[in-house]
Design a protein around this ligand. Sequence first.
Ligand code: NAD
Length: 424
Amino acid sequence: MNETLSYVNPGPDSPWTTYLSQVDRVLPYLGPLARWAETLRRPKRALVVDVPIELDDGRVAHFEGFRVQHNLSRGPGKGGVRYHPDVTLEEVMALAAWMSIKNAAVNLPYGGAKGGIRVDPKQLSTKELEKLTRRYTSEIGIIIGPMQDIPAPDVNTNAQVMAWMMDTYSMNVGATATGVVTGKPIHLGGSLGRVKATGRGVFVTGREAARRIGLNLDGARVAVQGFGNVGSSAAELFVQAGSRIVAIQDHSGTIVNEHGFDFAELMPHVRATGGVAGFKGGDAAPAESFWDVKCEVLIPAALEGQINADRANRITAKLVLEGANGPTLPVADDILGDRGVLVVPDVICNAGGVTVSYFEWVQDFSSFFWTEDEINVRLDKIMVGALKTIWDTADRHGVSLRTATFAVACERILMARQERGLYP
Ligand code: NAD
């Protein structure tokens, strides 16, 4: 009766296939709630939109846009918007589904959603980017809103993009609606601490996991893939804890330095050039050698599907902290587990961003804003508490942290589904 979805045809390494296999692994731990599990295998709602804009040279270009609401049983949809040339419907479906799991894992009153546009934003001028964002926001305006679905930044989107989205939505509804997006500029209802929150969450879960496995972060070697919002913010906190960042890979290249990079010199270089390539305080290295670098901690913070079976066999780290969404293929997950490498999965590791997005949304509704210290203390407390619950669940069932996170989250989602009942 429950047939596979006809509107996508995901390949074996596609993010949606990865997500479905993660759901399969949690089924034995759901007890009677497994009766409702099919709801996790299909998005509640998937909107595909055409986004036409007039380019600076007068031509008209059309882009594919998506907004997927995976599950809304626990509250409004929540999840970022990605601008990338590889965005597809099935990728956005997987990212939306991981948001359902993540939001439930940290017990936020949200369902899961995600959006994206298939575009290389680096090819557009600022004016064109603004037009693209505004038209996309108008097109998905029929399903987003402060109580319906609240977008936020993801790959290649930032506070400026959120400001355009907020303004467009507000113009269309005729009232300023700051709560429609999070990750906004501070003076437009944004929250202190939001920009670095995902990286901070990666660090907090990493710190706790390291403590539990007896790994000293002071002096530990860290390798980071992806040096954007998440990767650079996490790396900075590891440096403050005494760790050495010995390898970084981004879209521009791979650099290594066994003594650790000087952050005060690296950050201005990345800001000025847009990437790590050409940084004088390290050596350029071939891309594939990144996975062989000697390190104690590895932080994938770029895109999905980066850790395949081959790379999983070569990774030297004891601890993998998934800053990115979906960086590890299921086959690689098993190899890392067999090799005794602890993986703190995306669905808890990078939940710091959405947690502070939740703080931002609450502050917008109450029009009362918290200090950065208050934000960081509350974030730390939520992340530590959520990781403890997950760790205890993993011990109880004898499963990986990923399956334990899915167990905790799916139980909450399916309990809400059962209590609400099926309409009509
Ligand atoms: P970003 O756009 O700020 O940075 C992306 C980084 O990845 C850049 O350094 C880019 O050079 C690098 N990159 C792109 N393609 C690459 C490739 N092929 N190889 C190596 N590096 C590559 O994006 P971000 O917000 O830091 O997001 C990174 C990851 O974290 C994504 O998976 C995203 O879904 C996830 N995430 C982000 C947030 C958030 O709050 N921004 C929250 C949770 C999860």
